[in-house]
Design a binder for this molecule. Structure first.
Ligand SMILES: C[S@@+](CC[C@H](N)C(=O)[O-])C[C@H]1O[C@@H](n2cnc3c(N)ncnc32)[C@H](O)[C@@H]1O
Length: 215
């Protein structure tokens, strides 16, 4: 008889299935990253307050609680929200009763070109999309010529967050298995999805290739 451990069977869900499945415990997830989220929120809020914001779009809003916090005392004309998870968007709708909603992937939402002065996409939304180049290009199109895209992604070389051993393993994987570099399985209470974790260089290169300028 084999002494080896039984092979764990993992069902990999799409991002939308995954976020639908964890929607009820989503706020507990954000609680775990509270310090990081608060610091980014403050930075984004202060920056938006210093700007002339007309139409804002938030892509991948989640339950909208974070957006509510960011937009405190920010002046704008309209707010549009994209969130493919029906369960999460239902929660977000109760937080923003006057906004425009699209309950689909960004690529399937129809907005005219140059509609927005500012597009936000926070907490590794970019790591969940199937085609990151198409995603960035669509945002570029949706922005006014002088518009801004504000996003943040996880960094697979972040020792403070992942620890030295994991980061060393990530460097090794990047060298030995180039096709899989940056791909990880995100797990939560029996649910899993495949996610891309950028390096700072990947993320900046993607944006520059799309036509964005770094500020
Ligand atoms: C980690 S959550 C971040 C939620 C929110 N931005 C926040 O900061 O709390 C990632 C979100 O991206 C959404 N998402 C994934 N793929 C997307 C896509 N192609 N277009 C729009 N949203 C997407 C997911 O449904 C999920 O709500």
């Amino acid at each position: 008889m084999s002494k080896s451990r039984p092979i764990e069977k993992i069902n990999i869900s799409t991002s939308t299935e995954y976020y639908d499945a964890i929607a009820n415990s989503y706020s507990r997830e954000t609680e775990k990253r509270k310090q990081y989220i608060i610091s980014i929120n403050e930075w984004v809020r202060d920056w938006l307050r210093s700007q002339l914001c007309t139409n804002i779009l938030d892509v991948g809003t989640g339950d909208g609680k974070r957006l509510l916090n960011i937009l405190q005392d920010v002046n704008y004309l309209s707010l549009s929200i994209i969130e493919p998870s029906t369960k999460l968007i239902n929660i977000a709708q109760s937080n923003f009763p006057k906004s425009n909603f699209c309950n689909r992937d960004l690529k399937d939402c129809d907005f005219p070109k140059s509609s927005f002065s500012h597009v936000l996409s926070l907490w590794n939304v970019l790591g969940h999309v199937t085609n990151r180049h198409e995603f960035a290009a669509k945002i570029f199109q949706l922005l006014e010529p002088d518009g801004y895209f504000i996003f943040d992604v996880n960094n697979r070389y972040n020792i403070q967050n992942y620890g030295f051993i994991s980061v060393a393993r990530n460097y090794l994987k990047d060298i030995l298995s180039k096709a899989e570099a940056g791909y990880f399985i995100l797990r939560n209470s029996g649910n899993s999805t495949r996610v891309f974790i950028h390096s700072e260089r990947d993320a900046i290169a993607l944006m520059k290739m799309t036509g964005f300028e770094e500020i």
